[in-house]
Structures are given as C-alpha cells and as structure tokens.
Design a protein around this ligand. Sequence first.
Ligand code: SAH
Length: 346
Amino acid sequence: MNVILETSKEDLIEQLAEWGEPAFRAEQILQWVYQHRASDFSRMTNLPKALRERLASNWRICDMEVAVHQATPTRDAEKFVFQLSDKEEIESVVMRYHHGVSLCLSTQVGCSFGCAFCASGAFGFSRNLTVGEIMGQWYRIQQVLDEEDERVTHLVFMGMGEPLANFTNTLTALRRFQDSEKVGISYRRMTLSTVGLIPEIERLAAESLPITLAISLHAPNDYLRSQLMPQVNARYPLKDLIPVCRQYAEKTGRRVTFEYAMMKDVNDHPELARELGVLLGTWPCHVNLIPFNPIDGASFAPSDAGRIAEFEEVLKMMGVSVTVRRSLGRDIEGACGQLRGRRRKT
Ligand code: SAH
C-alpha cells in the first residue's frame, strides 16, 4: 500500500499520470492532507469520485495510529504512543510553552548508541523510521490539536533514536516540514539533537538549513563522556567534535546548543562547569542544563537545585550563555530520555 505522507509530490504526480489524471490533482491531494489533515480520501470533495475511490483502494494517507494518548494534569505536556504498521511502537511529545507548541519527534525505533542514562537505548536498536512515519507523528498529532484550533509551531528532533543516524529520511522530513505547500514550519523553529556524529554534522552543515543544532554533551572531558556515552565518544572525541560544531555555527549563522543533563555527583561539580567553560570558550554557542529525569534501573539521580544553580553561575561568570531547561512531561514519562516503546515497559 502506498502512503501519501511517504511520497514526494513528483512521485504522486507520476502515479496520477499513470491513471490519466492531471498534475494539479496532486496539489489538491497534498492540500487536503497537509492543510486540512483530511482523515480519508472520501473527504476530498473537489476530486472526481472515481479518483477518490481509486486512491482509497491503492493508497493510505498515513500508515500509523495513536495507541496511547496521555496528558499531564495541566496539559502542558501530552505524550502519544504510536503503533506502526509492523507493530513497532514509538513515542512523541507535545509541549506547550509561552512561545508556542513544540512537538518532540522520534526518528528511530530504539537507539543504537546506548548512552548510560537514557531509556531509549536501553533495549537496543530496532530500525529507522521512514519519512512517512516521521511526518505521520506530526499529522496524527496535529489532527488532535485541530480540535482545539491549536497549531504545532516548533519541532524538536529529540524523541527516540538518533536523527543523524537516519540521515536521509530525517533530512527529507525536515524539508517537507519546511515546505509551505506541506507543513510550512520555518527552519528557525526546528531543533535537531544529536549524540555528535561528526560526518553527518558536516553533511548537515553543507545543506545550510538554518535549523538549530543541539549536541548531547553531558560532560566536559573525554574521560567522563566515555563513561556516559561510550559508543559515540570512542569514535568522535571532544577535541574533534567541538571544532565541527563551531564550523556548523559559522556556516549556518545559528548558534549551537550543548545539552547537559545534570546528574548528581556524576557531572555536576562546579569544577566541571569551569572545565566546560574552558572547553567551549566564547563563540556563538549556548549551554542548556537539563534537570536529569530518572529512568528505571539506572544508577543516576538528579542533581540538587543548588548544584544546578551553582553550575549555571560558573558558566555565566565565564561568559558562556546558559539556561536551565524547564522539564515538562515527567509524570507521563514523556520527559527527555524517558521515551521508549510502550510494549517494552511491561
Ligand atoms: N539521540 C539524540 C536525540 C535524543 S534527544 C541525542 O542524543 O541528542 C534527547 C535528549 O535528552 C538528549 O540530549 C539526551 O542526551 C537527553 N537525555 C537522555 N536521557 C535523559 C535523562 N534521563 N534525563 C535528561 N535528559 C536525558
């Protein structure tokens, strides 16, 4: 079965041409899907009935369903678990901020990087998501938000998986999200988070998309980072990673964010803040301190608020731009590092 959200406009035009249909039908279909989030082809009332029927028997709009939908009591965060066509499961999170509605997207089922503190990697890697599955998270969730006249305004690629390890599909999805004929969210409202895959950061920089690059750093030296993020740090140590991030900032004109999850007595000592300040220096970068979200079976605990404030202060004194991330969605296991398939929790 073909899936509209998976297909490019060009391929859709080609399929329609095989059926003797003009190219403008593709535009009409895309408009129904992306602008109106039509739930099925029968609603596409400006298409001839025969075409609607033909589409319905050969195509689907989206090939995944919401399996679980949970909101925090204040509705500032909502988690969606999706079941994919092969029964795999992924999670996405909607977060409401004063500046808009942010959607946190997954790019893989599971993750192969096995960072010591993250739930997504705990069960290994299953497979990459298709373009249609990345777009489908937005489509299904926007359909739910439509009921309240609410729009996703920002995208963060910070869900399950490593987006740059699924490079081609993620890049195609970024372009479709930006395309005004499709979703129409500007690149400036998109953030992609990576463990720090150097070749792919360079490939992304070559595309010159003004998206924000976020690097999961979590440690100011290789000794500590190799304990927390063994797979990636063995291949791409800090002395190689930081200059590439700097080049990304120069190339795209966007400042790079470094994510640092604050783990009690592991990486939160003020001395490490000083080391981090020296490592980064003062180029257009920003440190985002993330209150650590506890996960099952891990031996890490969240840092005390006082420690976080002290860490922040040291960086500020050194002239490094720094903020502490507001943690949303903890009570629905929808916070950073807590996403994984529902089936796997049991
Ligand atoms: N693979 C990408 C995308 C995942 S983004 C990456 O690692 O960047 C999820 C972010 O949450 C990453 O910065 C990750 O390091 C962080 N994270 C993972 N587990 C966490 C936890 N338990 N508490 C807080 N942040 C966590």
